[in-house]
Design a binder for this molecule. Sequence first.
Ligand code: PHE
Length: 500
Amino acid sequence: MATKIDNEALQISILNFLDKNGKIEDSANFKFEGEIIDQLVFLGALNSLSSKDMISYKQIENEKWNVTEEGNEIVETGSHEAKVFNAIPEGEEGITIADLIAKVGPSAKIGQGKAFKNKWISKKGNCLVRSVASIQDKTQEDLKIIKETNNHPDANILKDLKKRKLIDRQKITSYSVEKGEKFSTTIVKQATDITYEMLQNGSWKDVSFKKYNFDAEGIQPKGGYLHPLMKVREEFRQIFFQMGFSEMPTNKFVESSFWNFDALFQPQQHPARDLQDTFFLKDPATTNDFPEDYLEVVRNTHENGGFGSIGYGYKWSREETQKLILRTHTTSVTSHMLYTLAQKMKKDGKFEPAKYFSIDRVFRNETVDATHLAEFHQVEGFIADYDLNLGHLIGVLNDFFHRMGVDQIKFKPAYNPYTEPSMEIFSYHAGLDEWVEIGNSGMFRPEMLRPMGLPENVRVIAWGLSLERPTMIKYSIDNIRELLGHKCDINMIQNNPICR
Ligand code: PHE
């Protein structure tokens, strides 16, 4: 099939053949320009013609046996068993196995087995001797037949030779062809579209239109796939909305140390504020955009306390609070929102209870390993209302995690600079048969809320968790680098279902 076949010429040749002979019995024998042609090329021509109803065709399934390379060698030089027989000299003495191998080569082994089975040879002492005067090399003869006719009348022989890898079966598809309803020996080019000119000059009435192929499959649309993290994020959003929460604006990756730490009553010497734990910005390195009166109360609370607290008793530094960082938790978003709510209260003259949540990226200067990246997502919620207590927090957390499908949870006392009491949240993981930490929670301290101007009996319960951990559990991903970053497989994103 060296030369490229002119498809249109082939179609004409098929039509002419049908015109003369009425039918093509089997395209395997159909010659175009003196040659048998590839059946796939033939099919292409048939499809073009049948789409115009000029012909109809049926598929013929045939099989054909071919002699393999090893089989061909046997056709040329005889079977392994015949070679073994021929290598053994006539007479009583015979040949040693070592000499036989030297004479025949590696195929002596298979040949021996077959020759014994055929009772051509036998053992005498350490030697092999001939048991018959002469042999008929049946294997070679059968292979010759197959080589010539691509078949053999004895199905058992075909089976046996195939097992010996001396022959191969090839399936071949060919076609029988008949004239169709609109048979003709000339091909009229069909129009694929109706054009404005056709409509204007009326030629559409006489044009032959190409049929629609309703069986053609469309191209899979590319793009528009949600990353597993975004799918789980959406699940969390829906849970919060069902529980009556509103979403906080989180579009602020760069934050001042003030809102990320100081406003949360996190002391300036706290280790989390080290270079090792937090990414600091170089340019610009600082900000000076603060509500100064509020900042002043925060400073005083850190240094001297107030609202029932003795404070930390250190010299608070404005330079430290001005440092720009990549936010280390979404609690910076929460502190902004609580401040905003307090400002609104000042304007309205009364406090409105509120429920808010956020889900977005946070950054920590961590060594990257299988379960840690330098950036991840936090899910965080808070409720601010009069006289809330720890019982409310436990109740809300049970409800929240139950909606996530997590029914067994336990709490463990913990420490956060901004909450008191604080509780870590553990859930029972049946697969691991272990209690694993799934979140952190607490009641914001008066040292955080009162400087904002919130009244003493307004309490805020809050909790936070990572988005990555539940996502990895739901999608059975055990290395975080398979979920995010350059090692993330795009097929994983495209193929994973929505997960609940
Ligand atoms: N900010 C905490 C963290 O990063 C989570 C948290 C939020 C804890 C709200 C208590 C209250 O782990």
